[in-house]
Ligand binder design. Structure first.
Ligand SMILES: Cc1ncc(COP(=O)(O)O)c(C=O)c1O
Length: 394
């Protein structure tokens, strides 16, 4: 079939492909230990679910304004201001079908064919493809494992060229867990501002930061609005991945451009999900703290377990819910790269991980610890056995 050239520039998200493989095994009754998911294993908090049920009962089931219902746009601005000290108005806010949609629309609205977008590597799988689909060219800025994969302003300065239009920063980072410190973020922001480069800040994991890291937004910098695009999501923070609610905060002309695109594609995000989101942002946030506390415990355990396997090097993530060990020392005897190693793990031990290749980081594996402590223990047992086995001994 002759498909459009632009669709051939992109591929199916490799993390979704891993999830599909795990689902196939589970459907066959296999006891899979799944370190694949990029989503909380917690249910959506009860008060948020009740708000959706109320919205249904009140027949809030029609089209809404394309940019989202007015109270939700207000609530997003108020919540962001309270959490991070930003100062956006509802006209500078658009509600989208998840954070991914907001990034897609912002990139589509700004990037021309040939424009370059700086993407720190390792990167979230969707950034390069979203840029390519818009006709832009992803330019990777490698971050160093020895520096905890933290992005530095000096690296950004060096990477900017005449065609650079945008830098995408994702902190806390998927897949590395790296957090850009507020001071470094301010320096990165200054570089972008001085060089006329948009700074798109993906804050999807903002509230999963481990002490001493704290939730932070570059939008807290005074007068930063004309130079930045903030993308947020309720998916991870409130365990609402399936509800598909995200948002962008950006200068009004850009929000209007994104709105135009949204009006000709998805229209409004699901009405009842918007009412649930409204409750999430206005209601108590104890469940967020409870989830963070649980992730913090799992983080300690999985780090301890992985580091106990000889040859595996694993830095401590400062945020999100992933560990990203270096397994290069384990790539002998049959597994030529980390993708092959991940495949072996799946076949022999029914342990699902995502190979670093998906994130531009061959030699690494991503383990999500958004799974119960009991499954983490079982997974660690299988990993011990796998790495002690004859084929993988280093
Ligand atoms: C770094 C990052 N940004 C954005 C998203 C998008 O999330 P959603 O579209 O569910 O808001 C994800 C989801 O995995 C992510 O990992």
């Amino acid at each position: 079939m002759q498909l459009a050239e632009r669709i051939n520039r992109i591929s199916v998200s490799p993390t979704l492909a891993v999830l599909a493989e795990a689902e196939r095994l589970k459907a066959r009754g296999v006891d899979v230990v799944d370190f694949g998911p990029g989503e909380p294993d917690f249910p959506t908090p009860e008060h948020i679910k009740q708000a959706a049920i109320r919205a249904l009962a009140e027949n809030r089931t029609r089209y809404t304004a394309t940019a989202g219902i007015a109270p939700l746009r207000e609530a997003i601005c108020a919540w962001h201001a309270a959490q991070f000290g930003s100062a956006y108005t509802p006209q500078e806010c658009i509600v989208s079908v998840g954070g991914k949609h907001a990034i897609f629309n912002a990139v589509s609205a700004l990037i021309e064919p040939g424009d370059e977008v700086l993407i720190p590597a390792p990167y979230w799988v969707s950034f390069p493809d979203i840029v390519k689909y818009a006709g832009g060219r992803p330019v990777f800025v490698p971050t160093e494992p020895a520096d905890g994969f933290r992005l530095r302003a000096a690296q950004v300065e060096t990477a900017i060229g005449p065609r650079t239009k945008m830098l995408i920063v994702n902190s806390p980072n998927n897949p590395t867990g790296a957090v850009v410190s507020p001071d470094e973020f301010a320096r990165i922001y200054e570089v972008c501002k001085r060089r006329g480069v948009w700074l798109l800040s993906d804050e999807c994991y903002s509230h999963f930061a481990y002490e001493p890291a704290r939730p932070y937004s570059v939008a807290s910098i005074a007068d930063s609005k004309p130079h930045i695009i903030v993308v947020g999501s309720l998916s991870k923070t409130f365990a609402m991945t399936g509800w598909r609610i995200g948002y962008a905060l950006a200068p009004q002309p850009l929000v209007e451009a994104m709105l135009k695109l949204q009006s000709q594609s998805t229209s409004n995000p699901t009405s009842i999900a918007q009412y649930a989101a409204l409750e999430a942002l206005r209601g108590p946030m104890d469940s967020v703290a409870a989830m963070l506390a649980e992730y913090a415990q799992r983080r300690v355990r999985i780090l301890e377990g992985l580091r106990a396997i000889p040859g595996i090097q694993c830095g401590a993530p400062e945020g999100a819910f992933y560990v990203f060990p270096n397994v290069t020392a384990k790539l002998r005897d049959g597994a030529a790269d980390s993708a092959a190693l991940a495949q072996q793990l799946l076949e022999r031990e029914h342990v699902v991980v995502v190979a670093g290749e998906a994130f531009g980081a061959p030699g690494f594996l991503r383990f999500s610890y958004a799974t119960s402590m009991e499954r983490i223990e079982e997974g660690l047992k299988r990993l011990q056995r796998f790495f002690a086995g004859p084929d993988s001994r280093s």
